[in-house]
Design a protein around this ligand. Structure first.
Ligand code: COI
Length: 352
C-alpha cells in the first residue's frame, strides 16, 4: 500500500516543559481506513479530530483495540523505538478477539517509523521522558446492531511524556479490589481492548478517593489470586526470587513484563511465573520474606510499590522505598531504551 504524506500548514507550539501524561499531541498522525474488505488510504496527515456519525458502532459497542509503545531520543540525537513489532503483533491478537480485520504489521511499523522521524523534534531528551505512541483501531459503521463492523479506522497519535504517575519514581500505593473484577478467563482481559479499562474505572475512582494510586486486581473466579494492576503487570520479590502472576488468559501479556523477566534472568535472578495468592503476599509481607513489589508497563516503566491495602489493612513494603531489584531493572531497561547501554537483546528499533 502506498503511504501519502499530507503536510500541515500550521505547526503547534512545542511545550517548554514535560506535559502531564497524555495531554499534548504532535502535529501529525497516521491514519488508514478499512472498507470493502481492505485497508486503504494510508496517510500521515495533520493531527485532527474525526467526524463520526452518532450511530458509529464504537460509541455503542466498544469494538476497539489499542496499543502503547515509546520512542526515545538521547542527547546524541539517536532515535529508537522500543520493541514496536511486539506491539503490532499483540494488536493483531487483540483485533482477532474482537473481530477487527488484521493489519499488515510490517506496513504499519514502517509508517510509524516515518511518523516518528517526521516528529523527531517533539521527542523529549530528559531522563525519564519519551514520545508515547498510541496506535488504535475503532469500528466505524454508522449503524446500530451488535455484530462485527464492516468499516474501521486505524490511527497512530504521538505525545511527549514524562512519568505516568504524577509523583514520578516515588513508590505508589495500591488498593486490592475484592468487590469488582477486571477480567476472567475466556473474556478479553489478556487483550488490549478499551472495554477492559472501562470496567476498571469505578474501582480506580474508589481507590483514588481513599488515597490509593491504582487498583490491584484479583482473579475473577475466586478473588484470591493476584492478576495485575490498573496500568501495569506486577512483580513480587520474595524468598530471594522474583514472582509474577502467570499469564492464564485474563492477564495482559505486557511487553515490559516480558522484557523485565528476560533482564532479571540474564542477571541470574530466578523468576517464577505462577499463581500467587493475596494471602501469601500478606503473610510474606508480615514475615519480612517479601522485600519489594514493583509494577511494569510501557507508560509506568518500572513503578515501585510502597504500600498496599487489603481487607481494610494497609501494609508497607520495603520501608515504603524503591528497592534494589526495581532500581537495577529500571536502570538497565531505561539504559537500553535510550542507548546508554548496549542493546544486547535486540529490542531496539534504531531509526537513525
Ligand atoms: C501503557 O502502558 O502503554 C498502557 O497502555 C497503559 C495505559 C492504560 C496508560
Amino acid at each position: 500500500m502506498e503511504l501519502k504524506i499530507i503536510e500541515t500548514t500550521k505547526k503547534k507550539q512545542k511545550p517548554t516543559s514535560t506535559p502531564k501524561f497524555g495531554t499534548c499531541f504532535t502535529d501529525y498522525m497516521f491514519v488508514m481506513e478499512y472498507g470493502n474488505g481492505e485497508w486503504k488510504n494510508a496517510r500521515i496527515q495533520p493531527y485532527a479530530p474525526f467526524s463520526l456519525d452518532p450511530s458509529t458502532s464504537v460509541f455503542h459497542y466498544g469494538q476497539e483495540v489499542f496499543e502503547g509503545c515509546k520512542a526515545f531520543k538521547n542527547k546524541k540525537g539517536e532515535i529508537r523505538i522500543f520493541r514496536p513489532w511486539e506491539n503490532f503483533k499483540r494488536m493483531n491478537a487483540s483485533c482477532a478477539r474482537v473481530c477487527i480485520p488484521q493489519i499488515d504489521e510490517k506496513f504499519v511499523l514502517s509508517a510509524l517509523e516515518k511518523l516518528v522521524m517526521l516528529e523527531k523534534d517533539w521527542i523529549p531528551t530528559d531522563e525519564g521522558t519519551a514520545l508515547y505512541i498510541r496506535p488504535a483501531v475503532i469500528a466505524t459503521d454508522p449503524a446500530l446492531g451488535v455484530h462485527a463492523a464492516h468499516n474501521y479506522i486505524f490511527f497512530i497519535i504521538l505525545c511527549p511524556v514524562g512519568a505516568y504517575y504524577a509523583h514520578g519514581l516515588q513508590p505508589v500505593k495500591l488498593f486490592v479490589e475484592k468487590d469488582y473484577v477486571r477480567a476472567c478467563k475466556g473474556g478479553t482481559g489478556h487483550h488490549k481492548v478499551g472495554g477492559n479499562y472501562a470496567a476498571s474505572i469505578l474501582s480506580g475512582e474508589r481507590a483514588a478517593q481513599m488515597g490509593y494510586d491504582q487498583v490491584m486486581w484479583l482473579d475473577g473466579k475466586e478473588r484470591k489470586y493476584v492478576e495485575e494492576v490498573g496500568s501495569m503487570n506486577i512483580f513480587f520479590c520474595l524468598d530471594g526470587k522474583v514472582v509474577t502472576p502467570e499469564l492464564g488468559g485474563s492477564i495482559l501479556p505486557g511487553i515490559t513484563r516480558k522484557s523485565v523477566i528476560e533482564l532479571l534472568r540474564s542477571r541470574g535472578i530466578e523468576v517464577e511465573e505462577r499463581i500467587i495468592s493475596i494471602d501469601e503476599i500478606v503473610e510474606k509481607t508480615k514475615s519480612g520474606a517479601l522485600t519489594e513489589i514493583f509494577g511494569t508497563g510501557t507508560a509506568a516503566v518500572i513503578s515501585p510499590v510502597g504500600h498496599f491495602m487489603y481487607d481494610n489493612v494497609e501494609y508497607e513494603v520495603g520501608n515504603g522505598k524503591m528497592g534494589k531489584i526495581a532500581t537495577e531493572v529500571y536502570d538497565e531497561l531505561t539504559g537500553i531504551q535510550n542507548g546508554r547501554l548496549p542493546d544486547k537483546f535486540n529490542w531496539v528499533d534504531k531509526l537513525n
